[in-house]
Design a protein around this ligand. Structure first.
Ligand code: MYR
Length: 186
């Protein structure tokens, strides 16, 4: 006889609340993209708006990330990339990314996602060919990194919604503003 289903343990309850939150976020994001496609004439304009939305989120998210993760300042961009891939994506998207395709200077790399909850339930119609559906994520990374003094350019080079075998986001560090020491040495 199968065991009767009783009340969920705390962990199981949080896991199912997290799943519902993630699904709600995914569906809400889909509704926003749909609305932008209706309101704006150019797909390029929708891409820009999604990126800007992500940027705004990223500039705020970074505080929550630093507070919850207890991560201290990274020694270089490589360490920062690893922290984002393993902890950042996990904290906010529930998946981890692989960091790969470093350039010789150590200033450009790719985050590869095999699994991307943002696109659950999504299928792009042929009319949305140029749509960069996941631009909110690249915007988040750009915004978050800018808050810790790293200017970046973030672009999508692979996208499963367009038939690629994974999601690959290219992150290029364009400027690292040294943190200013707040006191004068006398
Ligand atoms: C440092 O280099 O000093 C540490 C900086 C860590 C930046 C972490 C940014 C968090 C980004 C969250 C990614 C969310 C992806 C959905």
């Amino acid at each position: 006889m199968p065991p009767a289903t009783g009340p969920k343990s705390g962990d199981a309850l949080f896991a199912s609340v997290d799943r519902v939150n993630a699904e709600l976020f995914t569906l809400t994001y889909g509704a926003i993209v749909r609305q932008l496609l209706t309101d704006l004439e150019e797909v390029e304009e929708v891409n820009k708006q999604l990126d800007q939305m992500g940027y705004n989120i990223g500039t705020r998210l970074v505080d929550e990330f630093l507070a919850k993760s207890n991560v201290s300042r990274c020694v270089d961009f490589k360490e920062t990339a690893d922290v984002i891939a393993k902890l950042g994506f996990k904290m906010f998207l529930g998946v981890t990314a692989t960091v790969t395709n470093w350039d010789a200077e150590g200033t450009s790399c790719s985050f590869v996602l095999e699994d991307n909850p943002l696109v659950d339930f999504v299928e792009l119609p042929d009319t949305c060919q140029g749509l960069q559906y996941c631009n909110v994520l690249s915007g988040v990374i750009r915004g978050a990194l800018e808050m810790v003094s790293m200017k970046t350019e973030v672009t999508w080079v692979r996208d499963m919604l367009r038939g690629d075998d994974a999601y690959e986001m290219r992150v290029k560090l364009t400027k690292q503003v040294p943190e200013e020491y707040p006191y004068k040495d006398d």
